[in-house]
Write a protein that binds this ligand. Structure first.
Ligand code: ADP
Ligand code: MG
Length: 245
């Protein structure tokens, strides 16, 4: 384990039955680094992200977050999870609460903040995602893009060290995608450590410090956006990019 990394993954293996989905993944993510993960559907990207906050139990290998081995039974996984923000394709906001209440819920319920602090934080992050005027709205009345920005604000309200995004714009109408990517870009510029699974190659090119190409449960190739998009070395990467670019 190396404390200078936010996230360190060593030889991670995960199978579902006899379907080996992750075949020995190694990945180190430095503070403030933005890593974009691209690759075909079914290559294991979501499973990999879910292993990082232990929503999935790996078969072998290690995941360290802030230096804590999340497989160690002495490590309180709920404490570690509080420092990992996760944003999914489907935002899953609570329909029976307004936007502000959605964002305040976790910090208050988990005892991280008083109600006053949580409210301040919620308003701060709503401003950040450009939705301060929607604090009192029912989330179901918002557009998909707005709901996703609320979901991002909700994750940020826990003041996480690392943000994981799993195709946050894939379920959105095309005209909503830009606003969500803009918020993510701003977060990246503010120094948030981010691992982003995305099909938005333009975003990856522009924002990623490193692009990681997943293929068939392995990292086939990784490098700077220029290395991966302009000079891919592996035939699998070349093939994939031919299809998506
Ligand atoms: P990606 O996110 O790259 O599309 P996934 O991680 O979702 O890939 O899936 C990788 C493989 O793991 C696929 O073959 C998928 O069918 C399988 N898989 C994912 N989740 C489960 C699960 N809960 N049970 C069984 N198989 C799963
Ligand atoms: Mg996926």
């Amino acid at each position: 384990m190396d404390k200078s990394y936010k996230v360190q993954v060593k030889d991670l293996h995960k199978s579902y039955g006899n379907n080996e989905v992750l075949k020995g993944i190694d990945l180190n993510v430095k503070p403030s680094e933005v890593v974009c993960m691209i690759g075909p559907s079914g290559s294991g990207k979501s499973t990999f992200l879910r292993c990082i906050n232990k929503l999935e139990e790996p078969n072998s290998g290690h995941v360290y977050v802030d230096g804590y081995d999340i497989a160690d039974p002495r490590v309180d996984i709920n404490k570690v999870r509080q420092n990992i923000g996760m944003v999914f394709q489907h935002f899953n906001l609570f329909p029976n609460m307004n936007v502000l209440q959605n964002i305040m819920l976790a910090p208050v319920e988990l005892g991280k903040m008083s109600r006053d602090e949580a409210k301040k934080a919620a308003i701060h992050y709503l401003k950040l995602v450009g939705l301060e005027d929607k604090a009192g709205a029912n989330p179901m009345k918002l557009s998909g893009g707005q709901q996703q920005r609320v979901a991002i604000a909700r994750a940020l309200a826990m003041k996480p060290d690392v943000m994981l995004f799993d195709e946050p714009t894939s379920a959105l109408d095309p005209e909503m995608v830009g606003d969500v990517l803009e918020v993510m870009k701003q977060l990246a510029q503010e120094g948030m450590t981010m691992i982003v699974v995305t099909h938005e190659m333009g975003f990856a090119k522009q924002v990623a410090d490193r692009v990681v190409f997943f293929h068939d449960g392995d990292i086939r190739e990784q490098g700077t956006p220029d290395q991966i998009f302009e000079h891919p070395q592996h035939p699998d990467t070349q093939n994939f990019l031919r299809k998506v670019l």
